[in-house]
Design a binder for this molecule. Structure first.
Ligand SMILES: NC(=O)c1ccc[n+]([C@@H]2O[C@H](COP(=O)([O-])OP(=O)(O)OC[C@H]3O[C@@H](n4cnc5c(N)ncnc54)[C@H](OP(=O)(O)O)[C@@H]3O)[C@@H](O)[C@H]2O)c1
Length: 289
């Protein structure tokens, strides 16, 4: 089978490409900059820009059976281009926010964006699978600079509980959906295998680096002020609503990863062990070398 992967150079995409290559599939990867894609040799890397109307040559779909849709700013050109040449099997990476399970989701930055991505596909094809992951474990890398400097983690709502998902589990679920016809016309929620408070998440990182990390609870307003320099306000609002709600209603563990892959998904302890170098102080080269 020949599969076109968009977002192939991203965190989920790299895991997905590896999973499909390991499964013996033929992979074509899209990147705006193929020269720096650094993907496995077996992968054919093609140039393309999802956001530009003329950014995708029709030839990128030659011989393609299935397409993985990364939720870029727009996916309309990709999906329309594929359908125009008869490729109509899509696996879409969306977000749990698109399910609008909670009042906080309606109109949130993530819900609005991912609902549009889903619609771009479901309005053009009946042969889709939508994956809706919740919060990524990789989001916790935002704590890396403080932890690496030995500073306390300053965060609001430390008693709130989420079920962060490893990017490799999103990828494994996507690979399973791409390689099967059992999941068409289904929107599948994905999460990590355990719901942990933010204090427990910090402790998992501490265990991975062999250090006790101090957590300092700050107010939502303090977070808003501190994050304003690097996070857009709609995203800050969405995060604060999410953490506030998951104090009283912790994130539920979803069965999607197990249903699709037959495995429960990687724990946060596994994720933290794999990413421990990000939380350790940078090593300085020895003097004179
Ligand atoms: N963080 C969360 O908690 C969460 C939860 C649910 C869903 N999500 C979704 O997951 C996404 C992040 O996934 P990730 O971590 O794998 O992404 P990532 O590491 O940021 O990678 C982004 C990928 O998108 C490609 N890309 C971006 N704009 C493009 C364009 N105009 N044309 C072609 N390719 C383009 C990039 O390819 P090139 O640079 O090679 O072109 C790259 O491969 C979020 O944006 C969100 O939609 C996130």
């Amino acid at each position: 089978m020949s599969i076109l992967i968009t977002g192939a150079t991203g965190t989920v995409g790299r895991h997905l490409v590896s999973a499909l290559v390991d499964a013996g599939e033929s992979v074509r990867a899209l990147s705006r900059d193929p020269a720096s894609a650094a993907l496995p040799e077996a992968v054919e890397v093609v140039a393309g820009d999802l956001a530009a109307p003329a950014g995708l040559a029709p030839s990128i779909f030659d011989g393609v059976d299935r397409v993985f849709v990364f939720p870029a700013a727009t996916v309309d050109h990709l999906v329309a281009g594929a359908v125009a040449v008869g490729v109509d099997r899509f696996v879409v990476m969306s977000s749990l926010a698109a399910a609008e399970e909670f009042p906080r989701d309606r109109g949130s930055a993530s819900q609005v964006h991912h609902a549009a991505v889903e619609k771009a596909v479901t309005a053009r094809s009946d042969n889709w699978t939508v994956l809706r992951p919740g919060t990524f474990a990789d989001n916790l890398l935002s704590w890396a600079p403080s932890i690496a400097h030995g500073a306390p983690v300053r965060a609001p709502y430390l008693a709130s509980a989420q079920a962060p998902i490893h990017a490799a589990d999103v990828a494994d679920a996507a690979a399973a959906a791409l390689l099967s016809d059992d999941w068409t016309r289904q929107a599948i929620a994905l999460s990590g295998p355990e719901s942990l408070t933010r204090r427990e998440q910090i402790a998992a990182i501490g265990a991975a680096i062999g250090a006790e990390i101090t957590a300092e609870e700050i107010t939502p307003e303090e977070f808003r002020t501190e994050a304003a320099a690097y996070v857009p306000e709609p995203v800050i609002a969405m995060l604060l609503d999410y953490w506030r709600d998951t104090v009283t209603e912790p994130d539920r563990v979803r069965s999607g990863v197990r249903d699709l892959t037959g495995k429960p998904g990687r724990t946060l302890a596994e994720w933290a062990a794999e990413h421990r170098s990000a939380f350790l102080p940078a090593t300085t080269p020895a003097a004179g070398r």
